[in-house]
Design a protein around this ligand. Structure first.
Ligand SMILES: [Fe+2]
Length: 305
């Protein structure tokens, strides 16, 4: 009844683009994180089969976009794999080149299958790509991919595009030369082979790689021996995992229970305690938005907020 009497007031404030705080139907604040994104898994075998088919009709001119984006299956999400990071499976066929470009989002890739002759040119430096390598292309670095081997190469891209879209600080440009020429050879700080970073052995070990090189993304290599069970606390960090060698069973507090193998990707949104379990020896890459939360003072875990 009251609403009716005051209807002219409400329509007038709405016309002025105000929403009265006392009349909101959805809350703006809540007592602890309510992640919109949900746990989800994407299989490398399925991606590879679909990419192989797409190679028949997606032309080489679009090779840099011949990828399958892992879109978290929640409402109103057109793109992100997790809140701040998007992940995609990419294929570059033998003899192909994906044109060079650069963008404000930071990117990295985890190589799944590639024969010698597969490389990325990052700001003129040739960066070779082999299975288990993490290859970085920080914000605004030129990058183009080439496959001079005689077999198809596959890798997993991770970018902070959802975060950059949210901030609206998006910039992108194509390289004027099409594919950037190689001007530098030799070792590159942008190539991090997982087995070198972890060193020999099969003991439980976690190594942070590329620290500070990507301001929004943290990368951790995790090695666990057979029969391990590693708990991961309930925090505000959004995690993605991909297996490099072996298999991992991921059990999440919402009941999700998935075993992932080489090249598979699982996303575990914030505020989900989970465990990583192994049967045999296993190595994996954890990709997270921890630096964003840490820099903004939003790193919290259950009980610490
Ligand atoms: Fe790119």
């Amino acid at each position: 009844m009251n609403q009716d009497i005051h209807a002219p007031f409400y329509s007038e404030v709405n016309r002025l683009n105000f929403v009265p705080g006392w009349a909101r139907t959805t809350p703006a604040l809540w007592d602890s994180p309510r992640p919109h994104f949900k746990p989800a898994v994407w299989r490398y075998a399925a991606a590879k089969a679909a990419l192989e088919k797409s190679g028949d009709f997606v032309p080489v001119e679009q090779a840099e976009r011949r990828n399958l984006i892992m879109v978290n299956p929640v409402q109103d999400n057109p793109y992100g794999t997790s809140r701040n990071i998007v992940s995609a499976f990419q294929m570059v066929k033998a003899g192909e080149k994906a044109r060079s470009h650069r963008h404000s989002p930071a990117a990295l890739r985890l190589v799944v299958e590639a024969e010698p002759g597969t490389y990325t040119v990052v700001d003129g430096a040739r960066v070779d790509m082999a299975p288990g390598d993490v290859v970085l292309t920080p914000s605004w670095c030129w990058h183009g991919h080439a496959n001079e081997s005689d077999t198809t190469s596959y890798w997993i891209d991770f970018l902070d595009v959802p975060f950059v879209q949210h901030s609206e600080a998006m910039f992108f440009e194509h390289h004027p030369a099409g594919f950037e020429q190689i001007t530098k050879n030799g070792p590159s700080p942008f190539r991090i082979p997982a087995h070198e970073a972890l060193g020999p052995g099969n003991d439980a070990k976690t190594v942070e790689i590329a620290k500070g090189m990507l301001p929004t993304i943290a990368l951790h290599l995790i090695r666990l021996p057979a029969g391990a069970q590693r708990p991961v606390a309930k925090t505000t960090v959004n995690n993605l995992y991909s297996v490099i060698t072996g298999k991992a069973r991921i059990r999440i507090e919402d009941g999700t229970d998935e075993t992932i193998t080489v090249g598979d990707v699982i996303t575990v949104p914030c505020w989900h305690a989970h465990t990583i379990e192994t049967e045999g020896d296993m190595t994996m890459l954890r990709v997270s938005d921890e630096p964003i939360l840490a820099k903004l003072g939003l790193m919290k875990s259950a009980g610490s907020a």
